[in-house]
Design a protein around this ligand. Structure first.
Ligand code: NAG
Length: 171
C-alpha cells in the first residue's frame, strides 16, 4: 500500500512538472532576437503571458504573415506574363511556402509539437521554415524588385522569435 502511494506520488509529480507553466520576460526573449525592437513590438501586446501562450501567439502571427505572402506570390505570378525568369522564381517561392515540407506545412507541425511539449522538434521546424523562406528570398538567379523579399524578411524575424522561445523552454 505504501509502495503504491509512492508510485502514485511520483506519477503525479511527473504530470505536474510536464504541465507546469513557464514564464519568461519579453525582454529576455527579445534581447536574443536579430531585431529586438521588432520582437518587443510584437510580444509586448502579450506581456505577462506564459511561454506556451507567447509561442502560440507568435505562430498565429507567422501564419497570417505567410498566408499574406502566398497571396502576394500568386499576384506576382499572375503579373509575370511571359517573363519566364520571373515565373520560375515566383513558382519556386510558392512551393517553398505551400508544398508538403514548405513553410506553412512545417508551421502546422511546429504548432503540433509545441502542444506535445517537444521543444527540440519545435526548434528544428522553425529552422526548416527559415530555410524555406531563405530559398525564396535569397534566390540569386532572379533579382526580385517586388515587396516579396521584405515580406520574407519580416516572416524570418517572426520565425526567429519562435525559435528563441523553443530554446527557452529547456533553458
Ligand atoms: C506581418 O506581421 C507584422 C507584425 O505583426 C506586420 O507588421 C506586417 O504587416 C505583417 N505583414 C503581412 C504581409 O502580413
Amino acid at each position: 500500500m505504501v509502495h503504491q502511494s509512492f508510485i502514485l506520488l511520483v506519477f503525479l509529480l511527473c504530470i505536474t512538472s510536464s504541465y507546469s507553466t513557464k514564464f519568461v520576460q519579453v525582454d529576455e526573449i527579445c534581447q536574443k532576437a536579430k531585431n529586438p525592437s521588432f520582437c518587443s513590438t510584437l510580444l509586448n501586446s502579450k506581456k505577462g503571458a506564459d511561454l506556451v501562450s507567447l509561442a502560440q501567439y507568435t505562430i498565429g502571427v507567422l501564419r497570417v504573415n505567410m498566408t499574406n505572402t502566398v497571396k502576394l506570390i500568386n499576384t506576382l505570378i499572375a503579373q509575370s506574363g511571359n517573363d519566364v525568369k520571373a515565373l520560375t522564381h515566383y513558382k519556386m517561392c510558392l512551393k517553398e511556402f505551400v508544398n508538403d515540407g514548405g513553410a506553412l506545412f512545417v508551421l502546422g507541425n511546429v504548432e503540433r509539437v509545441l502542444k506535445e511539449g517537444n521543444y527540440h522538434l519545435m526548434s528544428v521546424g522553425a529552422n526548416d521554415i527559415m530555410q524555406d523562406i531563405r530559398n525564396c528570398i535569397y534566390d540569386t538567379s532572379y533579382h526580385d524588385t517586388s515587396s516579396l523579399p521584405s515580406y520574407g524578411e519580416v516572416a524570418l524575424q517572426i520565425d526567429q522569435i519562435i525559435q528563441i522561445i523553443a530554446g527557452l523552454f529547456t533553458a
